[in-house]
Ligand binder design. Structure first.
Ligand code: ADE
Ligand code: ZN
Length: 324
């Protein structure tokens, strides 16, 4: 099986409907508005977030989160992944009544369990939620820096991209960067190329979540390629959220051909009826990537991963012999 790596997945968005329904039963919550026939139900970004927030609200204890991370990472490893970096959201934990520290410890425990079973390596990126405002994103950055968890190695921002301007969030990103955390930010998904340029100017990320709408400006595409900023591309998510009308209209191949460093990711897999394996299959089928090109995508993800150099070298050595 082709070795894979994922660097853009929201842990709350990785909870499969079966697991969410088990949690709903545990807490006596009716989820019929959000899950029907074993599938999440939503129609646009707003209703997607509503389903996502309702499901996230069913993970309430440290053990619930350990189970979530263990379950997701075990399935990812079965699909050939050797590495996973997932986004955490202390705000979602607080809303579910759990302290961010207990939440992070639970997820860390799940990582260790999955690693013991499958060998998969994983790290956490603490995110602020953009539409919760500057204060909450700065608090998330301070938490990321102060929590001291060895598997928290990055900081990022997700949520409604059309809310606020990147310059408003510069201080949060400065706090995280100055403490040595890796930096990524969602941009160029729900908003256009200007959003990507502003995120690069004000937040100085080494990676951008999505970034695909950079394709609207050739100079910006050249800048991304020149600066070596890595794009965390989530093709199926982009189609399901109607960022692009079809895989034929998706800019993955154009960005790659222009010299941008690209990776493949599942974002919120069960919400978009995808898996990391499917993302690689889509890239083969629709973007023309052969096996060496797909392996290069995995290598790019590991090169851009927020890990120490010893771990990076160990991960690279796990790519197929003769191909790494
Ligand atoms: N949070 C979870 N999934 C997201 C997405 N695709 N865009 C922005 N924020 C998110
Ligand atoms: Zn995302």
């Amino acid at each position: 099986m082709l070795p894979k790596a994922e660097i853009h997945c929201h842990i709350e968005g990785a909870a499969a409907p079966e697991l969410v329904l088990r949690q709903a039963q545990k807490y006596g919550v009716d989820m019929s508005a959000f899950i029907r026939d074993g599938s999440f139900v939503w129609s646009d970004f707003t209703s997607f977030l509503a389903a996502y927030d309702a499901a996230a609200g069913l993970f309430r204890t440290q053990e619930d989160y350990a189970l979530l991370a263990e379950t997701y990472l075990t399935s990812l490893a079965a699909d050939g992944a050797v590495y996973s970096e997932f986004f955490t959201s202390p705000d979602h934990a607080s809303r579910a009544g759990l302290s961010p520290l207990a939440y992070t410890d639970g997820l860390g425990e799940g990582i260790l369990r999955a690693k013991a079973k499958t060998g998969i390596e994983a790290r956490m990126i603490v995110t602020g939620v953009r539409h919760f405002g500057v204060g909450s994103v700065e608090a998330a950055a301070r938490f990321a820096v102060e929590c001291g968890h060895p598997l928290v190695t990055g900081f990022g921002m997700a949520g409604e991209e059309r809310s606020g301007h990147p310059r408003d969030f510069a201080r949060a990103f400065d706090i995280a960067r100055e403490a040595g955390l890796g930096i990524t930010v969602h941009a160029g998904e729900l908003a256009g190329w200007e959003s990507v340029a502003a995120a690069m100017d004000h937040l100085r990320p080494t990676r951008i979540g999505h970034g695909v709408r950079a394709i609207e400006n050739a100079d910006l595409v050249a800048r991304i390629a020149d600066e070596g900023v890595v794009l965390e591309i989530c093709p199926v998510s982009n189609i399901e959220l109607k960022v692009f009308a079809s895989f034929a209209a998706h800019p993955f191949a154009k960005l790659r051909d222009a010299g941008c460093r690209v990776t493949l990711n599942s974002d919120d897999p069960p919400y978009f009826w995808t898996t990391l394996k499917r993302e690689y299959e889509v890239a083969a089928e629709h973007f023309g990537l052969d096996r060496p090109a797909l392996l290069e995508v995995t290598r790019t993800a590991i090169a851009a991963a927020f890990v120490d150099e010893e771990t990076r070298a160990a991960l690279l050595s796990r790519l197929a012999p003769g191909e790494s």
